[in-house]
Structure formats: structure tokens, C-alpha cells
Design a protein around this ligand. Structure first.
Ligand code: F6P
Length: 541
């Protein structure tokens, strides 16, 4: 049995789960008028209401004890201190340094990295201002008006999510596009209405070797050169690179003067506030970008210093452990009642699942408990008319994170009241449900009544803030980053590597070679051979 399952608090939770499983949220809420007040935590402008969880004071006591028994605080401090907590790659994981104010110091291998962070931010701001003020000219002398970020995974999802989330604050004279998929359609659609001489490509890739990004970057180069009569000098005016790999950037033909660097201690999915955020900074302007960084930093400080019992990422992380490991929940739904957060669930999928989709402990032994749940979601109220049916009446337990704001950025008539009313009502309906008796009292026939029953007892959190500002977005993302870290600490897994993406990448290189050399004999399993044979024929039609 794993060390985790032998921990005192884990065993206590196992026993305690049976008590809680007997209780209904309807009764827990009815019996305890102080519950909403007690199960609320606030920090950095965010308010977490967690009264609709299948917990009582005892549950929380055991969960916090588990966090302490697993050394969460020491692990957290090691991360903030720049220790090599990414053990399989022998790297620090210091995304928190990316938003640390310049007066502070964080050392990696004895060197303070904060001045380097701010030097890059300064260069990014110079470029952003030049573009925003129409001073950056394309090959024909016209100002750059279109920004196309080419990247994938962490080099795409953070930038596109942040742009969509903060679009309200963006310069509407600029057109922002994001290309990630190696499917040429993604590129073709992104540029089809753009003038090449007004377009700047940002090639975003930590490694600068990622197949999708490099393929798209080469296509972008061809597209530009076709319009610039093959004049290679045009490339310098239309390409910048965001990367840690200077050599590969130069080999592509982008001078290091137009490269914005970051460091191996920034993981891809933790990189949206490094140079990878250049598109965000161009769209919003440096001041709003810094406001976002301040939001990240404020949540970092909260996570680092607040007692576990009042610590938002810790509370949310532990609630996730409770459902994943003791109730067998397999997924978490993230339901933003804010249209601007439409890409937030997609962003969270990489953050949470690439981080905590792990099957061995830091020491390399197989885990005998469930780790990272599946994250998914859509903005409310759209999801209500799609998949909420299953959350309400299906057979699975799906804890939900509702995210909502007191004020709309586009207030009009009753829209926001209706939006928020729906969010609050959904949380209420999930928790309380509707009993058979209630259904019958409404005059529903005996035949139909079972179909109209809502079991309820379905847990959810409300995450609430005043408005979706750059600061609020930064603190929200940092909240989830640290939630992921909290869970990884309990599970004793490394949330900072991603070896699971490698095998498919290697095989794809072999398969593409076989597709393009149709005479090559195939030595895969029969199913793979059949698929390659099919495509060899299909591509010729
Ligand atoms: O394949 C997964 C991954 O390595 C992610 O972790 C990363 O965010 C993405 O690819 C892109 O990597 P890069 O920024 O090096 O192109």
C-alpha cells in the first residue's frame, strides 16, 4: 500500500466518508444556518463559497491534517524558494518569479532571476507600445495592425484565453489571431482576410522545435514572402520569437534582437505571464498586463502566507481530493457565467490535466489512488441547455466550479441579472434537488414522477469577484495553478513534467515518413498498418 493511503488523515477520511455519504446537502444546509458564513473564504478580491459541498467541520479538519501530513507547506516553500521541484527534469518551477515585483529577489542556483524577468518585460513593453502607436512598420511601410500568435499548448492556450478574457480592455484597432493546429485550415482561416504587409507573426515556442508550431511558422514565412516578392529582408519586420532556444530561433531566421526569452524554470502551461504573453501585452497595453501580473502575484502571496484553513487554492484543491479519491468522482466541471471566459475551461484542461495526469509518485512508484480528474466546461448559460442534464440527473458525481462576477463589462437591461440568477439557481438546484414528494405535490402523475425527481446532493463551489479585470484574471489563473500544486503535493506527483506527450510525437514522425515514402514496408501492429495503408491511398485521390 502507498504511503499516502497509510497516512493517519487519509485513513480518517476513509472512515469519515461513510458518515458523509449518508447525509444530504439539503439537510446539512437546513440544520446549520451558519454554514454559508463558515464555509466561505475571501482573498485578493475573490470570494469562495463552499457551503454546498458534501463536507462538515470534521471533513475539513481531516483534509487540512492530510495537507500537513503530506508536507504541503514545505513543498510550497520549496517551489517559491527556487528549489528543483521538477525532479524528473532537474528544474525549478518558478512561474511565481514571472510576476514578482522588481524590488524582490528569487534565486535559482544562487542567482536572482527577478531582474532578468523585468528586463524582458521592459523589452516587451517597448515592442507593444511601438505597435500600438503605429510605429512598427511592415515591409511596405504600412503600420502593423494584425498580430498572429503561432504556438500550441501553453504557447497558445494562455495567450488566447487571456486575449478573449480581457478583450474588453484591448485595442480594437488591432486584429488578434491565434494559430495552433498543424491542420493548415487553422492558418488559412486565421490569415485569409489579413494584409501580409500589416501582419506581425509571433512565433511562440519554449523549445522552438514543436512540430506544429514550426510547420505553421514556415507556412507563415512562405505566405509573407509570397507577398513581399521573396524579399527575405521582410522577415525581420514581420516575425518575432518567444522562446528559450536562441540557436533554433536564429536557425529559423529571426535575429535574437527580435527574440523575447524566458527560462527553463517556466513550464509551458505556466508561461502565460512570461514572454509568451507578448500578444496579451500588445492587445491590452503594458499597464493592463502589469495589472494582470499584480493579480497573479497577489494570489501567489495569499497561497504562500495564508493559513491553510483560509487559503483559497488549498481549500479548493482539498475539496478536489475529497471527491476524486473518496467519492470516485472522475471529472470537475468549470462553468464560468461570463462570456469573456469562454476559453477558460480549455486553458484549465492543459493546466490541470497535463500537470496532474500522472500515474507514478515523485519517487517513481505506481500510485494506488486516483490522481488528476478530467476538467471540462463551457460558459453558462449555454451549458445549461446542453450537458447540465447529466450533471443534474445522470449517474455520475460531478463537482462544479461556478465562476461569476457582480458586474458585467457590458451592462444592458436585465441581461446580467438573468445570467447571475441562473448561476445561483443552478447551484441551488444541484444541492437541494427535488424530492418525489415535491414532484407529486406539484400534481405530476405517478408515472412521470420518477423522471421529474432531482436527487440533488451534487456539490459545487461559487467563485465570485466584482468584475473581470486584468487583476481578477491574473489572480484567478494563479488560484488554479496553486490548486493544481496543492493536489500534486497530496498525491506526491510531479505536476511540472509531461512525459506522457512524448510517445505519440515520436510515433507521428515515423508514421509521416512512412506515409510520404509509400514503398517503405510497414512494421507496426496490424491496426496501425491498416490505417497507414488506407491513408496512403486516400491522400492520392
Ligand atoms: O506537447 C506538450 C507541450 O510540450 C506542452 O507542455 C507545451 O506547452 C507545448 O507542447 C508547446 O511546447 P513549445 O512551447 O515548446 O512549443
Amino acid at each position: 500500500m502507498s504511503a499516502l493511503r497509510e497516512k493517519t488523515a487519509w485513513r480518517a477520511l476513509e472512515q469519515h466518508k461513510d458518515d458523509i455519504a449518508q447525509q444530504h446537502l439539503r439537510d446539512l444546509l437546513a440544520a446549520d444556518p451558519g454554514r454559508a458564513e463558515r464555509y466561505r473564504a475571501e482573498a485578493v478580491g475573490w470570494r469562495l463559497d463552499y457551503a454546498r459541498h458534501r463536507i462538515d467541520d470534521q471533513t475539513l479538519t481531516h483534509l487540512f491534517a492530510l495537507a500537513r501530513e503530506c508536507g504541503l507547506e514545505a513543498r510550497r516553500d520549496a517551489m517559491f524558494a527556487g528549489e528543483k521541484v521538477n525532479t524528473t527534469e532537474q528544474r525549478a518551477a518558478l512561474h511565481v518569479a514571472l510576476r514578482t515585483p522588481s524590488r524582490k529577489s528569487i534565486k535559482v542556483d544562487g542567482v536572482n532571476v527577478v531582474p532578468d524577468v523585468h528586463a524582458v518585460l521592459k523589452r516587451m513593453a517597448e515592442l507593444a507600445n511601438a505597435i500600438r502607436e503605429g510605429r512598427w512598420l511592415g515591409f511596405s511601410g504600412r503600420p502593423i495592425r494584425n498580430i498572429v500568435n503561432i504556438g500550441i499548448g501553453g504557447s497558445d492556450l494562455g495567450p488566447v484565453m487571456a486575449f478573449e478574457a480581457l478583450r474588453h480592455f484591448s485595442d480594437r484597432a488591432l486584429t488578434m489571431r491565434f494559430v495552433s493546429n498543424v491542420d493548415y485550415t487553422d492558418f488559412a482561416e486565421a490569415v485569409h482576410d489579413l494584409r501580409p504587409d500589416e501582419t506581425l507573426f509571433i512565433v511562440a515556442s519554449k523549445t522552438f522545435t514543436t512540430l506544429e508550431t514550426m510547420t505553421n511558422a514556415h507556412s507563415a514565412r512562405d505566405w509573407l514572402l509570397a507577398a513581399a516578392s521573396g524579399d527575405e529582408k521582410a522577415v525581420a519586420k514581420h516575425f518575432v520569437a518567444l522562446s528559450t532556444n536562441e540557436k533554433a530561433v536564429e536557425a529559423f531566421g529571426i535575429s535574437t534582437q527580435q527574440m523575447y526569452g524566458f527560462w527553463d524554470w517556466v513550464g509551458g502551461r505556466y508561461s502565460m505571464d512570461s514572454a509568451i504573453g507578448l500578444s496579451t501585452m500588445i492587445a491590452l497595453g503594458p499597464d493592463a498586463f502589469h495589472e494582470m501580473l499584480a493579480g497573479f502575484h497577489a494570489m501567489d502571496e495569499h497561497f504562500r502566507t495564508a493559513p491553510l484553513e483560509r487559503n483559497l487554492p488549498v481549500i479548493m484543491g482539498l475539496l478536489g481530493i475529497w471527491y476524486t479519491d473518496f467519492f470516485g468522482a472522475e471529472t470537475v466541471a468549470v462553468l464560468p457565467y461570463e462570456q469573456y471566459l469562454k476559453r477558460f475551461p480549455a486553458y484549465l484542461q492543459q493546466l490541470t490535466m497535463e500537470s496532474n495526469g500522472k500515474h507514478v509518485t515523485i519517487e517513481g512508484s505506481a500510485v494506488d489512488y486516483a490522481t488528476g480528474p478530467i476538467y471540462w466546461g463551457e460558459p453558462g448559460t449555454n451549458g445549461q441547455h446542453s450537458f447540465y442534464q447529466l450533471i443534474h440527473q445522470g449517474t455520475r458525481l460531478i463537482p462544479c466550479d461556478f465562476v461569476g462576477f457582480g458586474q458585467s463589462l457590458n451592462p444592458s437591461g436585465r441581461h446580467h441579472d438573468l445570467l447571475l440568477a441562473n448561476m445561483i439557481a443552478q447551484a441551488e438546484a444541484l444541492a437541494l434537488g427535488k424530492t418525489l414528494q415535491q414532484v407529486k405535490d406539484e400534481g405530476i402523475s405517478d408515472e412521470l414522477a420518477p423522471h421529474r425527481v432531482f436527487e440533488g446532493n451534487r456539490p459545487s463551489s461559487l467563485l465570485l469577484a466584482e468584475r473581470l479585470t486584468p487583476h481578477a484574471l491574473g489572480s484567478l489563473v494563479a488560484l488554479y495553478e496553486h490548486l493544481v500544486f496543492t493536489q500534486a503535493a497530496i498525491w506526491d506527483i510531479n505536476p511540472f513534467d509531461q512525459w506522457g506527450v512524448e510517445l505519440g510525437k515520436q510515433l507521428a514522425l515515423r508514421v509521416v515518413d512512412e506515409i510520404e515514402s509509400p514503398r517503405k514496408p510497414l512494421h507496426h501492429d496490424s491496426a496501425t498498418n491498416a490505417a497507414i495503408t488506407w491513408y496512403r491511398k486516400a491522400r492520392r485521390k
